[in-house]
Design a binder for this molecule. Sequence first.
Ligand code: AP5
Ligand code: MG
Length: 193
Amino acid sequence: MLNLILFGPPGSGKGTQSEKLVAKYGLKHLSTGDLLRSEIAQKTALGLEAKSLMDRGQLVPDAVVIGMISSALETNPGAKGFLFDGFPRTSAQAEALDNLLELKGTSIKTMLAMEVSEEELVSRLLKRGETSGRSDDNNEGVIRARIAEYHKKTAIVADYYKKFDKVVSVKGEGSVEEIFERLSNEIDATITV
Ligand code: AP5
Ligand code: MG
């Protein structure tokens, strides 16, 4: 199996690049943000609990997202591999993911970490907020809160994978195609190792 984490702050292009990467490498895309928005759209109890936190730019509890990922792994037994987008976002989530993958006899191959300046992140998200309908995109305060939450709780997840020498940094600025090529080159290099 080829299991990858696409890592980066809010607005760094995880969703955009994930779509292209899963098509190219035949992976199953697992985005906890997308899974949570689908719960919200279906008005489930989990969605209602998550919405108030997401609208403030705060992370939802670890147990909620770990549960969602655990069942997504169960319901895709034949997957060639998984591309994790927006997960893991805390050290507890990273440890839980390693344990879940170990139970399946597999592990994370590489974390691709996209680097984008804060001003570029804010400008991309404000622009998307004009049309996306995402309630966490149309207010600069909430966007900055999401970025602050990333620095406080999520950036350290890269340190966790650095210990295992699994992190590759990729410049996340430039055209979508240029970044896709950089990511593909890094993936191709890890596959042949
Ligand atoms: P989530 O849905 O994961 O959102 P996010 O990480 O805040 O980031 P985005 O999805 O907004 O950005 P992205 O990196 O995917 O970039 P995109 O490709 O869309 O999480 C939302 C919330 O859910 C969290 O705040 C939290 O509350 C909760 N949550 C989710 N996962 C969780 C977890 N594991 N634990 C706890 N809570 C969790 O691109 C952004 C914009 O930029 C788009 O408009 C795009 O068109 C544009 N763009 C992309 N690439 C480029 C480029 N190269 N040049 C110019 N524009 C570009
Ligand atoms: Mg996304």
